[in-house]
Design a protein around this ligand. Structure first.
Ligand SMILES: Cc1cc2nc3c(=O)[nH]c(=O)nc-3n(C[C@H](O)[C@H](O)[C@H](O)COP(=O)(O)OP(=O)(O)OC[C@H]3O[C@@H](n4cnc5c(N)ncnc54)[C@H](O)[C@@H]3O)c2cc1C
Length: 414
C-alpha cells in the first residue's frame, strides 16, 4: 500500500517493511507524540508515555536482529524511522536514538566487525541476554559516553574506569549529559579497562551495561537546558559499581575497532534533526496558508517575500534529504575516503541546516508564531542542539574534513 503521507526523508521507493514502519512512526508521532511534546518541554520531563507507545508498537526492538525476536531493521531503515519520530517530538527521537544504538552496535554493526572465534562466541552469548531484555521485558537502554573531557570527541581514553574482579567489573567515574537519566533500565557505559602494565589506552575501551538499579550508581545535577528538554540528560556518578561479566555489551577491544571502522555509527544522531527541520517546514507552510489548528485562519501566503522564504526552506530541506538519503544507503564498515567525506558533510548539513530552517521559519511566520502555545519556538531551540553532540560537533566535522582532505593518512609536515 503506498504511503498516504510524505515522510521526513521524502517520497521514495520504500520496501514493504519500510512503508509499514514509517506508517507506524507517523501515526504514533502525529496522534500521540506531537500533542504531548509541549508538556515534556515545559516540564523538562522524560516522555515516558511515548516510550510506552514505542514499546507496545514493538519499536524498541526495531534494530534487534530477527533471530533474536526483533524487527531486524537495517541502518537506513532506522534512519528513516528516527527522522519520522523527530518530526513530532525531537526529545523522543534523540533518546530513542540512544536506545537504538545499543541494539544496533551490538547487532548489525558488530556482525560486520572482525572478531576471533572466541570473541564471536562470547558476543553471541551475551547479546542474547541483552536483546531478550529489550524484546521480552521492553527494557530501555541509554548511551552515556560524554565526560566533559576529550574522550567523547574520540581524542583520549575514557576517564571512567573498569577494574577486573572475580566474576565481573568494578566501575568508577562520571558521565555528563546522560540522556534518559533516571528513565533507562540500563546504561551502556564506555569506560577504560585498568591495566597494570600500561597507562590508559583507547584500545582498552570497554562497553558495559550498568543496570539502572545498580548499587553505587547515582543520577545527579540540575536539568534546565535551552532545548531538547525532554531528554533529561543529567549526570551519572559511578562509585565502585559492580557489574557481572555478562553485562559486557562487546568483547574487550571490539568497541575501539567498531569506532575506527564504522564511522556511520555516529551519524545516527542526524535523523532526529532532519525530522525537526521537516517539522519547522511543515509548520511554516500550514501557518502561511492559515491552517494551523486553533489559530485564526489568517492567510499570509500572498506575500512574495513569504513565497521566496518557503522556496529557500524547501531548497535547503531537499539538499539535506538528498545527502541524507545517499549516506544512509552507503553506510558500511571501512568506507573509502570519498564516502567518509560525504558522511561528514551530510551530518554537518543536517545539524546546521535544521537550525537554519527553524531560523527562517520564525523570521517568515513572524512574532505570533513564536509564542509558546505553538511548536515553532521549541523546534528552534531543539534544532540548535544537534551541532553540539560529540564526537561529531559541527566544529569537529569541519576540523576533520579539512585535515583529512589535505593530509592523507600518516602524512605530516616537517
Ligand atoms: C540535548 C543533549 C543530549 C545529549 N545526550 C547525550 C547522551 O545521551 N550521551 C552522551 O554521551 N552525550 C550526550 N550529550 C552530550 C554531547 O554529546 C556533548 O558531549 C556535549 O554537548 C559536549 O558539551 P561540552 O560543553 O562538554 O563540550 P566541550 O567538550 O567543552 O566542547 C565545546 C566545543 O568545543 C569543540 N571541541 C570539543 N573537543 C574538541 C577538541 N578536542 N578539539 C577541538 N575542538 C573541540 C566542540 O565543537 C564542542 O562543541 C548530549 C548533549 C545535548 C545538548
Amino acid at each position: 500500500m503506498p504511503l498516504d503521507f510524505i515522510p521526513a526523508v521524502g517520497s521514495a521507493d520504500f520496501t514493504e517493511a519500510q512503508e509499514r514502519l514509517l506508517t507506524l512512526a507517523n501515526r504514533l508521532g502525529r496522534e500521540r507524540f506531537a500533542p504531548r511534546a509541549a508538556q515534556w518541554d515545559r516540564e523538562a520531563s522524560f516522555p515516558f508515555a511515548n516510550y510506552d507507545d514505542l514499546r507496545e508498537a514493538g519499536l524498541l526492538a526495531l534494530c534487534v536482529p530477527r533471530e533474536f525476536g526483533g524487527e531486524g531493521a537495517d541502518f537506513a531503515t532506522y534512519c528513516m524511522v528516527g527522522a519520522e519520530i523527530g518530526r513530532f517530538c525531537g526529545a523522543t527521537a534523540l533518546t530513542y536514538n540512544m536506545h537504538i544504538c545499543s541494539t544496533m552496535w551490538t547487532g548489525m554493526l558488530a556482525d560486520g566487525i572482525a572478531m576471533t572465534p572466541e570473541q564471536r562466541a562470547e558476543h553471541e552469548a551475551r547479546r542474547e541476554l541483552h536483546f531478550a531484555r529489550v524484546v521480552k521485558d521492553g527494557a530501555i537502554y541509554a548511551q552515556p559516553f560524554s565526560e566533559g573531557s576529550a574522550a567523547a570527541a574520540g581524542h583520549a581514553p575514557f576517564g571512567t574506569s573498569a577494574r577486573k574482579v572475580e566474576g565481573g567489573w568494578v566501575l568508577n567515574g562520571r558521565k555528563i549529559f546522560a540522556s534518559l537519566s533516571g528513565a533507562a533500565d540500563y546504561y551502556g557505559i564506555l569506560c577504560t579497562e585498568e591495566c597494570a602494565d600500561h597507562s590508559p589506552d583507547m584500545r582498552d575501551t570497554l562497553y558495559i551495561a550498568v543496570p539502572g538499579k545498580a548499587e553505587g550508581l547515582t543520577v545527579t545535577g540540575e536539568w534546565d537546558p535551552m532545548g531538547m528538554r525532554g531528554t533529561v540528560s543529567r549526570t551519572l556518578l559511578l562509585k565502585d559499581v559492580f557489574v557481572a561479566d555478562q553485562e559486557q555489551l562487546m568483547p574487550r577491544g571490539v568497541y575501539y575497532k567498531a569506532a575506527q571502522t564504522w564511522p556511520a555509527m555516529f551519524f545516527t544522531l542526524s535523523p532526529t534533526y532532519l525530522g525537526v527541520a521537516q517539522a519547522a517546514y511543515d509548520f511554516t507552510v500550514q501557518y502561511l496558508r492559515g491552517e494551523v489548528p486553533g489559530q485564526p485562519p489568517v492567510k499570509r501566503r500572498m506575500y512574495p517575500t513569504k513565497q521566496i522564504a518557503v522556496a529557500q526552506m524547501r531548497i535547503q530541506l531537499e539538499n539535506m534529504r538528498s545527502i541524507f538519503w545517499r549516506v544512509i544507503h552507503e553506510a558500511c564498515a571501512s568506507p573509502g575516503k570519498d564516502a567518509r567525506m560525504r558522511l561528514y558533510a551530510a551530518h554537518y548539513s543536517v545539524m546546521e541546516g535544521a537550525n537554519d530552517i527553524a531560523r527562517l521559519a520564525i523570521r517568515t511566520c513572524g512574532g505570533q508564531s513564536m509564542l509558546k502555545d505553538l511548536p515553532l519556538e521549541r523546534l528552534y531551540r531543539d534544532s540548535r542542539c544537534g551541532a553540539l553532540m560529540l564526537p561529531w560537533t559541527a566544529e569537529l566535522i569541519l576540523d576533520r574534513m579539512g585535515r583529512e582532505t589535505l593530509y592523507e593518512s600518516g602524512e605530516r609536515d616537517e
